[in-house]
Design a protein around this ligand. Structure first.
Ligand code: V47
Length: 353
């Protein structure tokens, strides 16, 4: 059957069909993805008021794409104390943040309690805040470093107040590319296993894909299909987040960067391929705000949040170190023809602007 008709019939696509979507022209793809997006959410565009905290950049792993962790290109190591973290949380909560998105490097110096104690103290002092913390890469690191199992780490996270898991650490699942990008870090199967175990505990998470470096279109489709397979089993993913590779201050040299068209096609294709993941997030930090706003017409229904401070992608060149002012964010979404909806971390609608 004709591929376009298959999409319109909402039939599930194979690896080959996913790759063939890239051969469609951008406007046809955009129209197809927008039909799905409008069917689900109309003109609503979701965002949240959140704060990113990156408590340490000391990392036992080496990922070629990372400009954030301390290395010979970035010799300024830091590790926050719990008091420093709580000070940030207090300030952010006072100015309206409802979610703390906490992602650290893989710090071999301070033990499991440094991670867990921070979550526990945040929850004790700010019980209404949603704590989204610990990528699967961090979970895996703790098991390797301290000889405990995935189950034990995930149970500790729940005991200490982690509400949901962010989607980081997925990178690209293809084993050969992954070996080249981040040898020694959580493997693709382990990333999937950790999210499966988290979902089996009744908890929700997101999934990312780092693209626009050395991977092929086929690798992106393979990545999406592995996530779609897990989602069929668990239903625990809220959002899929294609992260556009940022090129500065790191060790991953790339010949050709993706064009705006290629990025928009990737959003549109993820909306079409991932028929069982509710939200496609155009994370404005890596797409740039302008392209993220356009991505709303290419299948994306979520732009992440106000963030306040961002250290991972801004270290690699993204214009995100100071987050996004709420009024500006709302105005930009409105002026682009969409209805800004503030959501909580699990996509309950809080306020229509
Ligand atoms: O996994 C690192 C990525 C991720 C670069 O779950 C880079 O809602 C681009 O996962 N260029 C961490 N990306 C951030 C993350 C995230 C962000 C926003 C929302 C959510 C969510 C999750 O940052 C890592 C890695 O793939 N990253 N370096 C870079 N040079």
């Amino acid at each position: 059957m004709d591929l376009i008709q298959k999409v319109r019939n909402r039939e599930r696509l194979t690896q080959e069909e996913g790759e063939a979507l890239y051969d469609l022209d951008l406007y046809t793809l955009g129209e197809l993805a927008d039909e799905i997006r409008q069917e689900k959410y109309g003109k609503k565009s979701y965002f949240n008021i959140n704060r990113h905290i990156n408590p340490t950049n000391v990392c036992a792993d080496i990922c070629k794409f990372c400009a954030y962790s301390a290395s010979r290109k970035n010799p300024n190591q830091y590790t926050m104390s719990h008091e420093e973290i709580l000070e940030i949380v207090k300030h952010s909560q006072e100015i309206g943040a409802k979610e703390m998105h906490i992602v650290s490097a893989h710090n071999p110096n301070d033990g499991v309690e440094w991670y867990m104690g921070a979550f526990r103290k945040i929850k004790e002092q700010f019980p209404d805040l949603h704590v989204k913390a610990m990528t699967a890469a961090e979970v895996d690191f703790l098991t390797r470093e301290y000889g405990i199992s995935y189950d034990e780490v995930l149970d500790l996270m729940i005991e200490n107040g982690v509400d949901s898991m962010p989607g980081g650490g997925a990178e690209i699942f293809d084993e050969e590319v992954r070996e080249y990008l981040c040898k020694g870090k959580v493997t693709s199967n382990q990333w999937i296993e950790i999210h499966q175990k988290w979902h089996e505990r009744g908890r929700q998470s997101n999934a990312t894909m780092l693209f626009g470096h050395v991977e092929t279109r086929a690798h992106r489709i393979d990545h999406m299909i592995r996530l779609r397979d897990l989602q069929d089993k668990t239903g625990g993913f809220n959002a899929f987040i294609p992260l556009v590779y940022q090129r500065d201050n790191n060790f991953l040299k790339v010949k050709e960067f993706p064009s705006g068209q290629e990025i928009l096609k990737t959003y549109a294709i993820s909306r079409i391929m991932l028929d069982n993941i509710p939200h496609i997030k155009a994370y404005w930090v890596t797409a740039s705000i302008n392209l993220a706003l356009i991505a709303q017409e290419f299948g994306a229904d979520d732009l992440d949040g106000t963030i306040e401070k961002e250290s991972i992608q801004s270290a690699a060149g993204a214009a995100s170190s100071h987050g996004m002012n709420l009024d500006d964010f709302v105005a930009l979404i409105k002026n682009s023809g969409f209805q800004p909806i503030e959501r909580d971390s699990l996509y309950n609608e809080l306020k229509a602007y």
